[in-house]
Design a binder for this molecule. Structure first.
Ligand code: SF4
Length: 370
């Protein structure tokens, strides 16, 4: 069976299939059921890039498989290396678009930040991806390719779904991807090494909390409804107060962790008033707040209106004062809210979400800078 794309017949990617689905593939090409586990091992544990490398499957069976299927791996189109070791990649998707993934080394940790959509519907005003608008969903195969085709894959210790797109808006693909990362027949990773983020999408969040053991990160950025809504239109349909009501219904004292990402904009969300409100909102939740210093993005005119047209109030953003961030962190920590300042990484390589992709789209071409 082939996937039809226009008039062209394309092979179906095996990367992204569950064990059950691999059993159907095995049956289809006349292989015994146990071959499904062999294929899963090649795909998800050994990380092969071609069916030819599955050497414990007979040559004839590999040939039959290759007539209809392929592993589904695609190397990055572009790599940008930061002076601090961070590397940003542009990966192709199955339908010919491009998404970003970032590799962040840190002492004995290696983290990949993956994308789950091309563009994004959430229209956050500080985000280049939000300004692109929505251009399409990624499949589990597209998401796994960012991980498996990452040159630093062997060094990975953590995976975060914090790249382009809103994970709760593509939850089927996210849950399938994380299942394949965690399953014993898959990569057998612990959910403690996987974090999924959200700006807040009512429908997806409840399902994620019910079905996934992975960590959750909420993009908060402001504790006040009107101020948050001015930055993040998602707040209008799912206010943070309602999101917190939902989060309180779950246990955060076990293995699954809850964190709040808080990009600090100088003078805008780092005042005493904001600190007090954060303590009031989060004080009774087992969670952590990560403060991230915002860096001005070149060529970003944030002073017009949101991409979805929901606000036309001028927006001028300022970088935060590092000393002020320390005071802010200390206030939260001393009032019972665990808080850390996260170092900004890769500022010299268009590290802001969506910036590299936007620049390349504007250029209209890809030059491999490896
Ligand atoms: S910050 Fe995240 S949720 Fe908001 S527009 Fe950007 S990619 Fe989408």
């Amino acid at each position: 069976m082939y996937a039809r794309v226009g008039m062209k017949m394309e092979r179906i990617p095996l990367l992204g299939l569950t064990l059950e689905e691999l059993r159907s593939v095995a049956a289809e090409v006349g292989l015994p059921t146990f071959a499904a586990r062999q294929m899963a091992s090649w795909l998800y544990q050994k990380g092969v890039a071609s069916i030819d490398e599955m050497t414990n499957i007979s040559l004839a069976a590999r040939k039959r498989l290759s007539e209809r299927y392929e592993v589904g791996r695609s190397a990055p189109l572009l790599r940008k290396q930061s002076a601090d070791g961070t590397a940003k990649y542009l990966f192709p998707t199955r339908d010919g678009q491009r998404v970003e993934a970032v590799y962040i080394p840190d002492d004995d940790r290696g983290t990949i930040c993956v994308s789950c959509q091309v563009g994004c519907k959430m229209a956050c005003r500080f985000c280049m991806t939000g300004r692109q608008g929505f251009q399409g969903q990624l499949t589990a195969s597209d998401i796994l390719n960012q991980i498996y085709s990452l040159p630093e894959r062997e060094k990975l210790t953590n995976i975060v779904f914090m790249g382009q797109g809103e994970p709760m808006d593509n939850l089927d693909a996210i849950l399938r991807t994380t299942e394949l990362l965690m399953a014993d027949y898959g990569w057998a990773w612990s959910p403690k090494r996987i974090t999924v983020s959200t700006a807040g999408l009512r429908k997806g969040l409840k399902r994620f909390l019910d079905e996934s053991p992975c960590h959750l990160a909420i993009s908060l950025h402001n504790p006040f409804h009107e101020e948050r809504a001015a930055m993040m239109p998602a707040e209008r349909s799912y206010p943070i107060s309602e999101m917190l009501n939902l989060l309180h219904q779950f246990d955060w004292t076990g293995q699954r962790r809850l964190s709040f990402e808080y990009i600090v904009f100088g003078g805008q969300n780092d005042t005493d008033r904001h600190a007090r409100e954060l303590v009031r909102l989060l004080g009774s939740l087992e969670c952590r707040v990560n403060l991230i210093r915002w860096h001005a993005i070149p060529e970003s005119a944030f002073s017009d209106k949101t991409a979805d047209g929901s606000s036309s109030v001028p927006l001028v953003l300022h970088e935060a004062d590092p000393a002020r961030m320390v005071v802010f962190r200390d206030y939260l920590s001393s009032h019972g809210v665990r808080c850390t300042i996260r170092a900004s990484r890769g500022q010299d390589i268009d590290a802001a979400c969506g910036l590299l992709n936007t620049k390349e789209q504007n250029k209209g071409s890809i030059n491999n800078e490896k």
